[in-house]
Design a protein. Structure first.
Length: 266
């Protein structure tokens, strides 16, 4: 094997007879381009189907969903209530599994992962922000944010330091000892964002993150998502609100469990 001019990699496969030796030339540009595309695909779904059995009735929430999201993108998944957008988010976040089809997370086929490995991958690669905040009411702000680090096995001193730094970055350094009930809605969502990003996940998933907030607090939260995206994070927001979706670089529309034709650039 040797590198020759013109960015071509020439690989020689010798046979028993030199006269029958053949040469395979592969463009290095093609190889690098294909590898780059694969590396950039942090999320890829192939013909995802999700059915729910409700007694004698089967409800199809997702019907052949194909999407690709690249590393570092800011994407909004938008659709009306009942469109399947939250179901899709749960599958992307490894909180649920499809009835049919395949889901690749950072090149890994999720369906082939054992439960313990899947939990570890989810904790390391994905941060969640929910409309209802999902904070533990009996823990103060600092302890809520430390939780993912505790599950990851980090020591108490280091997770305390890391949680404080993250809370400072979202403007809550003066609320460390407050309980969730002592915070405004916008402050609680900031805590939820801090908890989601404290272990530096590859992907931030947000399900209707401004749904319970007034317009001013909602705008502040969306600005934080924008900052996280500019820092290189992959941000995915699930929403029914076009004003929220337009903050993203790309909008994927879903209706009746199917992706509509074409993306909208933000």
């Amino acid at each position: 094997m040797r590198l020759e001019p013109g960015l071509a990699l020439r690989i020689y496969f010798p046979t028993q007879s030199l006269s029958t030796r053949f040469m395979l030339t592969i463009s290095l540009r093609s190889i690098v381009w294909l590898l780059w595309i694969k590396l950039m695909e942090i999320i890829k779904t192939d013909s995802l189907v999700k059915d729910y059995d409700l007694g004698k009735i089967k409800v199809r929430a997702l019907d052949g969903v194909d999407i690709v999201i690249e590393s570092g993108e800011f994407v909004a998944i938008m659709g009306p209530s009942g469109s399947g957008k939250s179901t899709l988010m749960h599958i992307i976040g490894c909180l649920d599994s499809p009835s049919e089809g395949e889901y690749y997370l950072d090149g890994l086929l999720v369906s082939q992962m054992e439960r313990r490995k899947l939990a570890a991958v989810r904790n390391a690669k994905i941060g969640f922000v929910f409309q209802s905040f999902n904070l533990l009411p009996h823990l103060n702000v600092l302890k809520n944010v430390e939780l993912p680090l505790m599950y990851a096995g980090m020591g108490s001193k280091e997770r305390n330091r890391q949680a404080r730094n993250i809370l400072d970055s979202v403007g809550l350094s003066d609320r460390l000892r407050h309980k969730p009930s002592e915070l405004s809605g916008g402050q609680r969502q900031r805590v939820a964002i801090a908890r989601a990003i404290v272990n530096s996940p590859s992907i931030l998933l947000a399900d209707e993150p401004t749904g319970n907030l007034d317009s001013t607090s909602g705008g502040d939260i969306l600005e934080i998502f924008g900052q996280l995206h500019r820092q290189g994070n992959t941000v995915i927001i699930v929403t029914h609100d076009p004003n929220v979706a337009e903050r993203a670089d790309r909008i994927i529309q879903i209706y009746d469990g199917k992706i509509s034709d074409g993306d909208i650039l933000g």
